[in-house]
Design a protein around this ligand. Structure first.
Ligand code: LRH
Ligand code: MN
Ligand code: MN
Length: 388
């Protein structure tokens, strides 16, 4: 197996973008529980995200969702983020919370509603120009609930046309990433349900359009690492929304439900050239913390990604190829499993200390007093939530 010391330069490259909405209150359709200290403004969400980076050095950027994170002055918001040691990242559009979009947004039959949705994306691109963001991430709730409700084929055509108009405004240094999801909120058909649909739509747009893979958006049993390998092979894997799921789009802590799956995904990312700053593949979290504390929830999440990345980097690639080529089924499998079963936590703690970080970021945050301070300071006002 590869030794730990030789993978630390690669580990130092790791950057995992945090979602602003992870710091707001969220829940299910049954109940949203408030938490003391929950941010009331986009600025407070960014301040909380900066804490995660302070203790882990893993999360230098924060993704915004528009309109949830709408402010008057985005340049000032960027300055504020930078003053806390982080930057603004992906801009997520939102066409799923407006009554006009009941029957679709970019796919809607009414050209006025389609234009409204396109204009929203133009607004997002304007914001990107002020925040210096590279990626516009589009996820659509568009779909139907009953067979016959909509013209599935016509909706694909209108989607292609709307995306084309948005793509025409994407700057030279910017990208459009199209996220897929197999169901919810639509239950019969979704207009971008799978990687294949996202792929054909972005392929038609051009080089600056890529696929976003949200790990929670697949049917149970889907071999996600295969999709990763294929999209990397095709040069179209733009970004990840990491989270984990037991049942549907649970948005739980990445690596909590199935660390082995996360390891397998990261192994294919690394093997396919999708790891590192120059790879063009952005790592993001897309999670909600409904019952646990949010900042520690995000710290645990980035540490889970770091741990599985380290294990994936430990795979002895040469030995694996030799075993594969020799038809040594169990030997090849054993090489992968040896890396997966390696507990990298003590080595990671030591490495963190050598970089001036606390070996245990989770405990260091708990001891910092930040949680008690925000709980005391942030009384009054309205707590931000998923969707507010
Ligand atoms: C949709 C989704 C998408 C949204 C986010 C809040 O389920 O994954 O990325 O922007 O949740
Ligand atoms: Mn997502
Ligand atoms: Mn989701």
């Amino acid at each position: 197996m590869t030794d730990f010391a030789s993978i630390t330069p690669r580990l130092a490259e790791q950057a995992i973008e945090l979602p602003s909405w992870a710091f707001g209150n969220s829940g299910t359709r049954f109940k949203v529980f408030g938490t003391p200290g929950t941010p009331r403004t986009p600025q407070e969400k960014i301040a909380d995200a900066a804490q995660v980076n302070k203790f882990t050095a893993l999360s230098p950027t924060v993704a915004l969702h528009i309109p949830w994170d709408k402010v008057d002055d985005y340049a000032a918001l960027r300055d504020y983020a930078q003053s806390l040691g982080v930057d603004l990242g992906t801009i997520n559009s939102n066409t799923f919370q407006d009554d006009d979009y009941k029957f679709g947004s970019l796919t809607h039959v009414d050209p006025k509603i389609r234009q409204k949705a396109i204009d929203h994306h133009f607004e997002c691109i304007d914001i990107m120009n002020q925040t210096g963001s590279r990626d516009l991430k589009i996820w659509l709730a568009d779909g139907t609930n009953y067979p016959g409700q909509g013209d599935i084929r016509g909706r694909q055509d209108r989607l292609a046309d709307s995306l084309q108009k948005i793509y025409a405004r994407i700057g030279d240094e910017q990208r459009l990433v199209l996220e897929y999801k197999f169901f919810e909120p639509a239950f019969y058909h979704t207009d971008v349900p799978d990687w294949g649909t996202s792929y054909v739509q972005v392929l038609a747009l051009g080089d600056k359009a890529m696929v976003c893979l949200d790990t929670g958006h697949h049917a149970p049993g889907t071999n996600i690492e295969f999709i990763v390998a294929q999209l990397l092979r095709l040069g179209k894997l733009g970004s990840f929304d990491f989270n984990s799921r037991f049942y549907a789009d649970d948005d739980l802590i990445v690596g909590a439900a199935d660390p082995f799956q996360l390891f397998r995904i990261l192994y294919e990312v690394i093997r396919g050239g999708g790891y590192g700053a120059d790879s063009g593949v952005a790592f993001m979290l897309d999670q909600c913390h409904n019952v646990e504390d949010k900042i520690p929830g995000q710290i645990r999440s980035v540490l889970n990604v770091q741990e599985m990345t380290a294990r994936a980097l430990l795979v002895d690639g040469e030995a694996l190829t030799a075993a594969q080529d020799a038809g040594d089924v169990l030997g090849a499998n054993g090489i992968l499993m040896d890396a997966f079963y390696t507990d990298v936590r003590p080595a990671l703690a030591e490495w963190r200390e050598s970089r001036g970080l606390d070996g245990d970021p989770f405990a260091a945050y708990a001891a910092s007093g930040y949680q008690a301070k925000i709980a005391a300071d942030r009384v009054g006002g309205t707590q931000a939530g998923w969707g507010a």
